[in-house]
Design a protein around this ligand. Structure first.
Ligand code: MCN
Length: 762
């Protein structure tokens, strides 16, 4: 439309549009927001993992100067009669009601003018409990008679969970089963059968900005300012809880200091709303870093994997039993068990597959979505297993993978055929970059070096909806309204690029409005690496509608077809001055066929698959078990990179995050009590833990079904890191670690055990 066409906006490493605001400290975060008359909330938490609440004595706290009030679960009932929330199950009370289900669960709240007074007073609340038997381990939860919930309460949002309603005497929140071919027969006929068990611990998201929600309930409606990844979904849930229509609930957010899945669906918002309804004042619920440990976490898991393999190294059958530790409330865990469950057999072409995937309730803090949505736990297991088989059969691990790889055009275990999935290119590129098969310095004496690789593949999310609106002003500048939350991943920049490309503008001429349900249309949420693909489509469609309307306006103003006028000139011709607005909107809902309930099979499980993998070189000190990561290369297929620089940093950023989950991070419990809810004892990677060389790279690929050929990349960088490191350790020192984290102690124990000289426990 413009006479001077700007250079292509796709594939441009535009610096992030918010970079200046962030480095100058001007970027808005909800944590910094204060409203007039606002009260601060501080939560008193359960000290026991499972029990009945007998008595709450808040008199001392309530009597403290500066305390506005003390609120318990019973008080919440006055303003929200059914105070249970959750995206998959309505099982989580806003404050504990009658029972507590994990140590750290919110039981009461002090409201005060000053956050320090609220905190001091919250420590004066005394709560008496009658303890109940508890269950902590996911495997035990399958058979334990210590039930975390009396009955299952599916939310109704997901049609395929409805049949679970009211199911009693179980800790299984969801079981998903896949049956393809005849696994038993294939195992009976196998040349070799391999079976291994892998475990991962419960871990934490650790966004540097903890959860924060400020609610302001007035007679006109409710406004919630929240550091959420899912403003639209929070609005739907707050409307349901309060009985208000959606248009009386406004949820807005700003930049997020990281999210990583911790801030999806309702977290602190329902509590803030209930407190504001009770106090009739704005209320801020801002968690500390430590409180995040009791809010949401990553599933611990146990994965038993068994494969039938022919003499020449073809995998003919695989059985996967995956048990996720969901903690006390379901959150989105049932979706993790199902969506990741169907990918549990890995990126391999296997004729006979059986998968049993379970989401269990336990008396631990709740687990939900964390970057990869269950996939890192699965890839950890299946890629260690893959290497172990290759070694046992004397095959090169890369050749073994190539022989069995699920290539484009073949059906995945669900029956869904792969389209534009470049897993083979990912593997080839890792091999190249790490120099697989070439000689390298293997060290000597007590310092040994080894190399390892691993690859994984994840389905994108479906069913799901994204809507975007673009308004073009009379000067030709454009404003994009969409609910995608930029939590650090760079979506604001990439979506501006997509809008600009479709409008033939420079990305700099597009402003992206922060998500606010009063102005930005519905989007399911910023999760599952869905924004570039799903929201990208909606944005492109909105821009195309704008272009159509501009063309019509030009025609109306008598401009001959084919004339290339600047947008501002079209407005002037139509209105005679700089006036008017054109609005276009677009939406996107991918095709989807739900899996068959009995077989788990479907011809269309996902709109696309994303692959990612890692190559590493490690150095092991056999005297201390200390590890150094000399090299880590993360490779993924993301279709067309919209912003290549951001893609690269997504891959290196994810590598560092997964490095922590691999080497040090673990929530350590004794009898349901978390022993390390602080960053002195729960170790996330610091600058000295960085690999000496760290690279991220996207392979050349194109997702034909994506906007400008693009698909997601936010999670793929987490897939290969843990198993590649374990595989490299085996390559270096010949021992196999099957449980995360791989601490120096774990490595040393394995080395000493293998040498027949186990470490004592003194
Ligand atoms: N991108 C691109 N071209 C592509 C694909 C992606 O330029 N073909 C860029 C875009 O800037 C895009 C980003 O990479 O915003 C990630 O894209 P995508 O995979 O579409 O994921 P989302 O934008 O939906 O972001 C969510 C994803 C998830 S699910 C988690 S968890 C996660 C992640 O991204 N959390 C993050 N990356 C994170 N990065 C930071 N810094 N902080 C988090 O909390």
């Amino acid at each position: 439309m413009n006479d001077v066409m700007p250079a292509g906006q796709i594939g441009r490493s535009l610096p992030r549009v918010e970079a200046r605001a962030k480095v100058t400290g001007r970027a808005e975060y909800i944590h910094n927001l204060r409203l007039p008359g606002m009260l601060y909330a501080k939560i008193a938490r359960s000290t026991i993992p499972h029990g009945r609440i007998k008595r709450i004595d808040a008199s001392a706290a309530a009597a403290m100067p500066g305390v506005h009030s003390v609120v318990t679960g019973e008080d919440i009932l006055k303003v929200i009669p059914e105070p249970y929330f959750g995206p998959a199950f309505h099982d989580q009370p806003i404050l504990a009601l009658g029972k507590v289900r994990f140590a750290g669960e919110p039981v009461a709240v002090v409201l005060a003018e000053d956050p320090k007074i609220a905190e001091t007073a919250s420590q004066q609340i005394s709560i008496d409990y009658e303890e109940l038997p508890a269950v902590y381990d996911e495997v035990e939860a399958l058979t334990s008679t210590a039930y975390v919930h009396e009955a299952l309460k599916p939310a109704g949002m997901f049609a395929d969970l409805k049949h679970l309603a009211g199911k009693r005497d179980t800790n299984v929140a969801l079981d998903y089963h896949l049956r393809r071919g005849d696994v038993d027969k294939a195992f009976a006929a196998a040349d070799h059968v391999f079976e291994h068990v892998f475990r991962t611990p419960q871990q934490m998201h650790t966004p540097l900005e903890p959860h924060c929600a400020i609610a302001d309930a007035t007679s006109a409606g409710i406004t919630v300012h929240s550091s959420t990844q899912t403003p639209s979904s929070v609005r739907v849930e707050i409307a349901r809880l309060t009985g208000l229509p959606e248009n009386r609930v406004r949820v807005r957010t700003a930049f997020l200091g990281g999210g990583f899945g911790a801030k999806v669906y309702v977290k602190m918002e329902a509590l803030a709303v209930a407190l504001s309804l009770l106090a009739r004042r704005p209320v801020k619920v801002a968690l500390t870093m430590e409180e995040q440990f009791f809010t949401i976490s990553k599933h611990g898991s146990t994965f038993r994997i068994k494969s039938a393999v022919t003499k020449d190294g073809r995998i003919t059958a695989r059985y996967c039993e995956v048990i996720y530790n969901g903690g006390a409330y379901a959150d989105i865990g049932p979706r993790v068990a199902q969506k990741s469950g169907f990918s549990a057999a890995g990126p391999y072409d296997i004729e006979h597959v059986a998968i049993d995937s379970f989401e269990t309730y336990t008396n631990r803090p709740t687990a939900g979505a964390l970057r990869g949505f269950g996939m890192p736990q699965l890839v950890w297991a299946y890629e260690c297993h893959t290497d172990m088989i290759a070694r046992a059969l004397g095959l090169d691990p890369v050749e073994f993978r190539r022989k069995n790889l699920l290539r484009d055009g073949l059906p995945q275990a669900t029956g869904t055929v792969l389209r534009d999935t470049a897993t083979d290119a990912v593997l080839d590129r890792i091999v190249q970059r790490i120099g697989w098969g070439q000689p390298f310095d293997r060290g000597g004496g007590t310092i040994r070096r080894g190399r390892g690789i691993a690859i994984g593949m994840k389905a994108s999310i479906s069913p799901t909806t994204s809507v975007a609106t673009i308004a073009v002003s009379a000067d030709g500048s454009a404003t994009l309204y969409c609910g995608t939350v930029d939590m650090g991943q760079g979506s604001t920049t990439a979506l501006a690029q997509i809008a600009a490309e479709a409008l033939s503008l420079d990305a700099e001429a597009v402003r992206v409005v922060a998500p606010d349900t009063d102005t930005t249309p519905y989007d399911m949420g910023t999760l599952g690496s869905r924004s570039t693909f799903h929201m990208g489509h909606a944005v492109r469609r909105a821009a195309e509608e704008v272009r159509g309307k501009l063309a019509a306006m030009a025609a109306e103003a008598g401009v001959p077809a084919g004339t290339n006028l600047p947008i501002a000139e079209i407005f002037r011709r139509k209105y005679g001055m700089q006036a008017g607005t054109i609005v276009g909107s677009g939406s996107f809902v991918p095709d989807y066929v739900p899996p068959n309930h009995d077989t788990g099979l479907t011809p269309n499980a996902t709109p696309y698959w994303m692959s990612g993998g890692s190559g590493v070189e490690v150095e092991v000190d056999t005297e201390t078990g200390q590890l150094r990561i000399l090299r880590l290369v993360n490779v993924a297929d993301c279709g067309t990179p919209i912003n290549p620089k951001i893609v690269e940093t997504q891959l290196t950023g994810a590598a560092v995050m997964q490095l922590g989950f691999t080497l040090s991070e673990e929530m350590v419990f004794t009898d349901g009590q978390l022993r390390n809810p602080n960053f002195a004892d729960y170790k996330i990677p610091g600058i000295r833990d960085m690999p000496e060389r760290l690279d991220g790279e996207a392979v050349a690929s194109r997702q034909e079904s994506g906007p400008y050929g693009a698909k997601g990349v936010g999670e793929t960088g987490t897939f290969g890191v843990s198993p590649a490191i374990a595989n490299a350790i085996e390559d270096a020192v010949g021992v196999r670690i099957t449980e995360l984290p791989i601490t120096p102690e774990a490595v040393l124990r394995a080395i000493r055990a293998a040498a027949g000289d186990p470490l004592g426990d003194e």
